[in-house]
Write a protein that binds this ligand. Structure first.
Ligand SMILES: [Zn+2]
Length: 185
């Protein structure tokens, strides 16, 4: 496992005093893919808010306990059950059979929590990452979204909704490729 990536997630970046064990759990969580955008991990998206190691519940056998706090990207997101299950599986396979997962809805998840690494992965996947800090419709129409294929800024909005509600469909005027833009919210 290489170095832990830069996180712009406020809670993560303030956690400069992570223990070795907490770093290990973050690294495991970086391997848990988002069910809707499998190229992104739940850490890339900023879904994982905090990791705490429950030292008191670690049994003598060495099996660890971990408390994970997550915030869904959309309230009522049907993928959240799957994310919780995948977190449990990943941690259990890596020596943390006792996992508690708290879901926190406030403050609401925002694209601002997506890491730079996550935005890079999105672009490489062919989805333009979110620009700016908040989403409004007029802003979207005026937005100069860079084409993830040829990097041209000569693109146009085709539809407010792309393959899912959280994306808009754009088309590049240069290479003519349509592409999804991950909307800010
Ligand atoms: Zn293009």
């Amino acid at each position: 496992m290489s170095t832990v990536s830069n996180h712009n997630n406020p809670e993560q970046s303030s956690s400069i005093n992570l223990t070795e064990e907490e770093k290990k759990v973050w690294a495991i969580l970086e391997q848990v893919a988002d069910p809707e955008i499998p190229v992104l991990s739940i850490v890339d998206l900023g879904i994982v808010r905090s990791v705490k190691i429950a030292t008191s519940s670690i049994p003598p056998s060495g099996g660890g306990g971990a408390l994970i706090t997550i915030t869904p990207t959309y309230s009522g997101c049907p993928a959240m059950d799957m994310i919780s299950t995948n977190i449990r599986i990943a941690l259990s396979e890596n020596g943390y059979p006792n996992v508690e997962i708290y879901t926190v809805l406030s403050p609401a998840w925002t694209t601002d929590w997506m890491t730079e690494q996550g935005k890079e992965k999105l672009r490489a996947y062919g989805i333009a990452p979110p620009l700016g800090k908040s989403f409004d419709q007029k802003y979207l129409e005026d937005l100069k979204v860079e084409c993830p294929q040829c990097h041209s800024n000569n693109t146009k909005l085709i539809s407010q909704f792309g393959s899912t509600a959280c994306k808009a469909l754009f088309q590049c005027n240069d290479c003519k490729e349509p592409f999804d833009y991950f909307k800010c919210h």
